[in-house]
Design a protein around this ligand. Structure first.
Ligand SMILES: [Zn+2]
Length: 337
């Protein structure tokens, strides 16, 4: 059985409180960044509510018929709703199927659990249809909505959920856990790149993300130095399989923010990419603050565009052409963005 992650003890305590007092919320909205263990927490809670003979400590027994079915992923009272493919919405067909299922009684005597992840990928029609499930509760049914961007969910859904937020843990808890997981000396840097999410940091370690980031940064500097053409790098990044475009964009946002910080003063210890401090300092010495701010805004706007399936090749081309222009010392007009 999975252990409670060290930074989720208090959240688990809150969930156990519902079980102990037998006041199970009809719907829970679990929010927080990727890689904090939201799904794992939801599954632990699910396990206890489905279990036919839970332990006095409010943990699943792991041995009853329900626990075995859940472990085999065949429990009839457990439903997982997710998009067909990552990045796609959860269509109304899935909600219609859910409504048909909910019209039947749960097959076991315990609860029925429905996990929706990412809940913010319900499209307008499916969110409206799902709202009916919350407005007209069915017996012994509990929904767990998991979301990294809960603000995208309609307020009508959010207001009907018990909200539980998973914050990023303190390094004091995250670093020893990463060490336990076999993530060695780079744990601190990986955690930083993963914005403080330990599970994401562990995944980044497996994917050699430090080396990939290093390579991308070098290439980005080559564009600044005029040694690599921006279109050539855009082409390479478009074909890059090892890192998601959103992550690549996030990295550039972080590098530019650090250059701005270094230009403005300051306490260099506060930059987000201390391992790149020297080259970032060099770039800061060559660039002017005002166009950097404009470019930073451009990057943020493109981040929003990325979510709307914009042509990624074109996106990187525009951004890298602007990055090259910024480094020529000309005041760029950023391709009209
Ligand atoms: Zn059990």
């Amino acid at each position: 059985m999975q252990d409670i992650l060290p930074w989720q003890q208090s959240l688990w305590h809150a969930l156990q409180g519902y079980i102990a007092s037998q006041r199970i919320p009809q719907a829970i909205l679990l929010t927080g960044s990727a890689g904090l263990g939201k799904r794992r927490l939801a599954e632990l809670y699910t396990g206890v509510l489905l279990c036919l003979d839970p332990l006095p400590t409010h943990r699943a027994c792991g041995a009853c018929a329900a626990c075995k079915l859940l472990a085999a992923d065949t429990h009839p009272d457990y439903l997982l709703l997710e998009p067909e493919e990552p990045g796609k919405t959860i269509g109304i067909d899935k909600i219609r199927q859910l409504i048909v299922r909910l019209a039947l009684k749960p097959q076991f005597e315990a609860f029925r659990l429905v996990i929706i992840q990412p809940a913010d990928m319900l499209n307008k029609a499916s969110a409206n249809a799902f709202l009916k499930c919350l407005e007209e509760p069915t017996e012994r049914t509990c929904f767990i909505l998991i979301s990294e961007q809960a603000a995208k969910l309609p307020a009508t859904i959010r207001s009907r959920c018990q909200k539980i937020h998973c914050p990023a843990p303190d390094e004091k808890l995250a670093l020893p856990w990463l060490e336990q997981q076999g993530v060695g000396e780079d744990a601190g840097l990986l955690l930083r790149i993963a914005h403080g999410s330990p599970l994401l940091a562990r995944q980044y370690a497996e994917r050699q993300m430090i080396q990939i980031r290093q390579g991308c940064f070098q290439a980005w500097r080559q564009v600044a130095a005029g040694k690599t053409g921006p279109l050539q790098l855009a082409d390479e990044w478009q074909k890059q399989q090892n890192v998601e475009p959103a992550v690549l964009l996030d990295w550039q946002i972080g590098w530019i923010m650090d250059i701005i910080k270094l230009l403005q003063q300051t306490d260099a210890a506060e930059i987000a990419n201390p391992d790149f401090k020297n080259p970032l300092q060099v770039l800061a010495g060559q660039l002017a603050l005002k166009p950097l701010y404009l470019y930073y805004d451009t990057l943020l706007r493109h981040k929003a565009l990325l979510a709307t399936q914009l042509n990624r090749q074109l996106l990187f081309e525009r951004l890298l052409v602007d990055w090259a222009r910024l480094n020529t010392g000309l005041h760029p007009d950023f391709s009209g963005f």
